[in-house]
Design a protein around this ligand. Structure first.
Ligand SMILES: Nc1ncnc2c1ncn2[C@@H]1O[C@H](COP(=O)(O)OP(=O)(O)OP(=O)(O)O)[C@@H](O)[C@H]1O
Length: 257
């Protein structure tokens, strides 16, 4: 079996006059945490969008588990096992925490609508299964006691965990996280770092994350891709990337710490 779960080859994305990504080549390995970092406007979110199918590259190819996915729409990539979370939370604020997480199961566990309308035994069994799996995902992120709370009443840090639980409930093979630590305090970020590593180890899944929090990135990543102005300027382990003069120059020249 190919050890790369995702492959990007020669990916280019242009928005009008802006070359957001230029000839990006990289692979994310199975069961590893791969981080995409770089200064503001480097093209990190655009690359995540190209991987998840929300942006169409003008050139290049993408493979997932060895199969070409360049032409697949976003929902088919999700069905094939690629699930993402968003920088701006995408939760259903008036639904309960449990209902939000259950939404993550629905792509996998569903029946034709008439089963639900007629409340067939099969539909009741399925409802039980969805509930059990949603509770399991909530328990994993340490939020089972909040199952019946309304999502909008949760503190921001808990809403981020809720989004993660919903992504887990979809049983992804590849989890794409867009700035999962944005808006979290130091303690919450540490909990999140431990959780992402535990997710990788427990569920045997691969993670690609875009993140600005360098402490988190250096602590949990197996491999890092560094972008600057849409180009790859470095790739390697955290130790390799940290001492790469091109990376140091990009960050010192930018407006981040
Ligand atoms: N929909 C769009 N239309 C036009 N330009 C865009 C669009 N999305 C991104 N860009 C531009 O593409 C470049 C890369 O943006 P992108 O959001 O991918 O960077 P980023 O590294 O994720 O930045 P940040 O860290 O600030 O989120 C930027 O110059 C941005 O202004």
């Amino acid at each position: 079996m190919d050890s790369a779960i995702l492959g990007c080859s020669g990916i280019c994305v242009r928005f009008g006059g802006v070359q957001a990504l230029a000839d990006i080549h990289f692979e994310a390995m199975r069961d590893e945490i791969t981080a995409i970092i770089g200064p503001n406007g480097a093209g990190k979110t655009t690359l995540l969008n190209a991987i998840s199918g929300m942006v169409t590259p003008s050139h290049g190819t993408l493979t997932f588990e060895g199969h070409g996915i360049t032409a697949l729409p976003a929902h088919e990539r999700a069905w094939s096992g690629m699930v993402r979370t968003f920088q701006n939370l995408e939760i259903f604020s008036n639904m309960t925490v449990l209902e939000n997480v259950a939404m993550g199961c629905h792509g996998r566990l569903s029946l034709p609508a008439w089963h639900s309308l007629l409340r067939t035994p099969k539909s009741r069994r399925l409802e039980d299964e969805v509930r059990r799996e949603a509770l399991e995902a909530l328990d994993f992120v340490g939020m089972s006691d909040l199952a019946s709370a309304t999502a909008k009443d949760l503190a921001f840090g808990k809403q981020r965990l809720l989004e993660l639980a919903r992504a887990l409930a979809a049983r992804p093979k590849l989890l794409l996280l867009d700035e999962p630590a944005a808006g979290l305090n130091i303690a919450e970020t540490q909990v999140l770092a431990d959780l992402i590593m535990r997710i990788r180890d427990t569920y045997n899944l691969s993670v690609i994350l875009v993140e600005h929090d360098m402490e988190l990135v250096m602590r949990i990543s197996d491999s890092i891709l560094v972008l600057c102005f849409g180009q790859t300027i470095s790739r390697g382990t955290p130790a390799q990337v940290q001492k790469d003069p091109k990376v140091i120059a990009a960050y010192l020249g930018g407006d981040e710490d």
